[in-house]
Design a protein around this ligand. Structure first.
Ligand SMILES: Nc1nc2c(c(=O)[nH]1)N[C@H]1C(S)=C(S)[C@@H](COP(=O)(O)O)O[C@H]1N2
Ligand SMILES: [Mo]
Length: 244
């Protein structure tokens, strides 16, 4: 199958990533010098260069362990926290529309874990908090023929998927908070998914609907060849990419 033959089951914990080679460190020092020379901060300069980094080599750098802003669409509407709703629809006994207040009233789970983009950058020990997918599924009642979840973003383009088994992993949460505050707009607020054991592309931002469906429908990046089962460490995330 398209995910490179994975079973869909959560693998053993992987190692914490690969070391950064001397060559990379040296080229970063050189880039830093450029930043000093032009009067810009080093990290600004690095960020600018990384946007146009054809080799991808800068992707292994932590950037002072910061997130990078990702969106496959040009602009995303800002949701009003007062009118925001998260829909739970499809193969359930009771469809629901959750307000932020509703979600905040459900049991909250805290997770501190690395956030790992498949392109190589990683932010260590990020604090997250939100509602387990398992809690949300139990609240609606999942019908017998249901097999998977399809996640929809109000950016109008991005989608993601999880099997029902994956979704019931206790480390899969609908995140209301990250980095000790509400999820900001740039990070996908007011509500995003945090699929802790998986690569960042599984953690869909600007979450608006969870559809309970009878088969896995591959998400946005999976349409470009990334693994459907995006377990960190179980693969390099791409079916067709060489090992590096
Ligand atoms: N709606 C939406 N969700 C998304 C993405 C996106 O482009 N659009 N990018 C994904 C990828 S590849 C990563 S690594 C993370 C990045 O999260 P951040 O923008 O908070 O750093 O969001 C994921 N969720
Ligand atoms: Mo990513």
């Amino acid at each position: 199958m398209a995910d490179g033959g994975g079973t869909g089951e959560r693998p053993e914990l992987p190692d914490r990533g690969k070391p950064i080679g001397r060559r990379v460190v040296l080229s970063v020092l050189a880039l830093g010098a450029v930043g000093v020379a032009t009067g810009r901060s080093i990290s600004d300069t690095l960020a600018k260069i990384a946007e146009h980094d054809p080799t991808g080599v800068l992707n292994v750098l932590p950037f002072g362990a910061n997130f990078r802003y990702y969106s496959v669409t040009g602009s995303v509407p800002v949701a009003d926290p007062a009118t925001y709703r998260l829909g739970v629809t499809g193969l359930v006994d009771t469809e629901r529309q959750y307000s932020l207040t509703d979600l905040a009233a459900l049991p909250q789970t805290d997770i501190v874990a690395d956030f790992q983009c498949v392109t190589g950058w990683r932010v260590p020990d990020v604090p997250w908090s939100g509602v387990r997918l398992s809690t949300i599924l139990a609240a609606s009642g999942v019908k017998a023929q249901a097999k998977a979840l399809r996640f929809v973003s109000f950016d109008g383009t991005y989608t993601e998927s999880l099997t029902l088994d994956q979704a019931r992993d206790p480390d899969m949460i609908v995140a209301l908070r990250m980095l000790n505050g509400p999820v900001t707009h740039d990070h996908g607020g007011p509500v995003r998914l945090y699929a802790a054991p998986m690569y960042g592309y599984k953690s869909i931002k600007w979450l608006s609907e969870i559809q309970v469906v009878d088969r896995v429908e591959p998400g946005y990046w999976e349409g470009f060849g990334y693994a459907i089962d995006g377990w960190v460490g179980a693969s390099n995330g791409r079916n067709d990419a060489p090992t590096r």
